[in-house]
Write a protein that binds this ligand. Structure first.
Ligand code: ADP
Ligand code: MG
Length: 276
């Protein structure tokens, strides 16, 4: 059964005049590491909410088409019923943090599922070691740095042992070091824990290196689906729709047009390959 199967999905918020997601269809396979990119306001977060059942259960509106997560229709199952299949880290981690200690923060989800306290303790230790926050079990979450809060928000999703993890712009508030830290955590979850990852992200330089596949959205529609090398080498097209291409692609595209470079490259290792 496919982790994610979306068919002809359209959605309009009660308070929005137009449809925010238009007739979107795609599948995500087990173990894929997929990134969704698109200009601000194109409907990426809205699509995420529809993937894990926040839409239509918590946020209501007009919905047509379907989303299935491991065969479960998200219109018939609420987010908490899907929690062991699909976890989400929301765009702003502060909205997700509420407890007095990191440990309490991480215990909340599995406690609600009625999981045995010994098992919960094991899961917390594992999740904190994955995000390298072992030392902060008793820290007040609001005293953490932006990158640390983001890693705690990721760990809080992990204690549910979800098979799919959606991360909505997890590095938008972080400095370059914090961004790399979070990306390394996500890579580890994909490579070592066999998780299926859906990452909404603006940093095309970094996703060009990390992901298997890129989905491009514009005005609520899915307009492109391909490997990063293919998508990110379309530099002029990306500019036109308001997505910043990787710097390497910008530079090699300029050089290519002047016939000073053999092709448009999307990562530094790609440049090395092209030169050799
Ligand atoms: P993105 O994540 O790509 O920046 P969003 O999904 O957050 O885009 O928003 C897409 C559009 O939906 C925007 O025009 C936004 O104003 C609108 N929108 C988002 N949330 C709501 C809401 N709760 N009610 C009405 N409109 C909304
Ligand atoms: Mg968003």
């Amino acid at each position: 059964m496919l982790p994610i199967k979306v068919r002809d999905l359209s959605f309009k918020y009660n308070s929005s005049e137009r449809y925010i997601v238009h007739d979107i269809s795609f599948d995500i396979d087990k173990g894929e590491f997929v990134s969704i990119v698109g200009p601000s306001g194109c409907g990426k977060s809205t699509l995420c909410y529809a993937l894990n059942g926040i839409i239509p259960h918590t946020i209501t509106g007009n919905i047509t088409g379907s989303v299935e997560v491991f065969g479960k229709d998200t219109q018939k199952h609420e987010s908490h019923q899907l929690a062991e299949d699909i976890g989400i880290v929301l765009q702003n981690p502060e909205t997700q943090l509420f407890a007095m200690t990191v440990e309490e923060e991480l215990a909340f989800g599995p406690e609600n599922l009625g999981i045995d306290p010994d098992e919960i303790r094991k899961r917390i230790d594992w999740a904190l070691s994955v995000v390298r926050m072992d030392k902060h079990k008793n820290t007040f979450p609001f005293n953490l740095s932006g990158g640390q809060k983001q890693r705690v928000a990721i760990a809080a999703s992990l204690t549910m042992f979800p098979k799919i993890l959606i991360l909505d712009e997890p590095t938008s508030q972080l400095d370059p070091r914090g961004k790399r830290d979070v990306f390394e955590v996500i890579r580890k979850l994909h490579d070592e824990e066999d998780m299926t990852i859906v990452l909404i992200e603006h940093e095309t330089d970094i996703i060009a290196e990390y992901v298997d596949r890129v989905l491009v959205m514009q005005n609520g529609r899915m307009i492109m689906d391909g490997v990063p090398r293919e998508v990110f080498s379309k530099v002029d097209f990306l500019h036109k729709i308001g997505v910043r291409p990787p710097e390497v692609a910008e530079i090699t595209s300029m050089l290519y047009k002047k016939q000073l470079f053999p092709r448009v490259c999307t990562t530094l290792s790609d440049v090395k390959e092209a030169i050799l």
